[in-house]
Design a protein around this ligand. Structure first.
Ligand code: SF4
Length: 193
């Protein structure tokens, strides 16, 4: 769908320069999704892997974030192999609703109620990022956290439109449950993509 050089705004790698590759296509259907234009896989022009890697390599950072849409609707083997060959650390942000593919250095699993993750991804996730829209999502987040490995980072993030209402509650939640940390969509505060 698009690719751009920016800072990672969310999660454990927040603030790091990264080249984002946003793949078209998503069948998860979150009603609060802020990239609904990504949903239709056919609505975006196709690009060769060599073109994508060449463009990524023109920037100084050697960190790539593959996102979407739902990037695992695509087989990522060839793309990630080509990126690794150029020395990139390859991260992915996924709902986990499709089978894992590719050679990945960091997996951010962000489960969605609308189409739940496949069981196999939980133990592979390095970071569990739970987006909180309603307060019942907090209870669900704790259930999801039981499925990931002990080393997986736990992040709780207010959905942007509910941020001012829910953030104080998330702050108290983390104070009570210190294995968790708050993640904010800092790219929106910085006004960068
Ligand atoms: Fe949007 Fe991501 Fe949900 Fe797909 S999984 S609908 S891209 S928020």
């Amino acid at each position: 769908m698009e690719a751009f050089y920016t800072l990672q705004g969310e999660g454990v790698f927040m603030g790091h320069a990264a080249y984002f590759i946003r793949l078209g296509g998503c069948d998860v259907g979150c009603f609060w999704c802020d990239v609904k234009e990504s949903w239709d896989k056919e609505a975006h022009p196709k690009q060769s892997i060599s073109q994508i890697v060449k463009e990524a390599s023109s920037f100084p950072a050697r960190l790539v974030v593959i996102t979407g849409g739902e990037p695992l609707m695509h087989d990522l083997e060839e793309l990630t192999t080509a990126l690794k060959k150029e020395g990139f650390s390859v991260h992915i942000e996924t709902s986990g609703a499709h089978p894992l593919s590719g050679t990945l250095d960091w997996i951010t699993l962000s489960p969605k109620r609308f189409k739940k993750p496949l069981p196999a991804i939980y133990e592979k996730a390095h970071e569990l990022k739970m987006v909180v829209y309603t307060l019942s999502d907090l209870e669900w987040a704790q259930k999801e956290a039981k499925k990931v490995s002990d080393s997986c980072k736990l992040l709780i993030q207010p959905e942007w439109s509910k941020s001012s209402k829910n953030l104080p509650i998330l702050i108290e939640f983390v104070k009570e449950n210190p294995r968790w940390q708050v993640s904010l969509q800092t790219h929106k505060f910085m006004d960068i993509p």
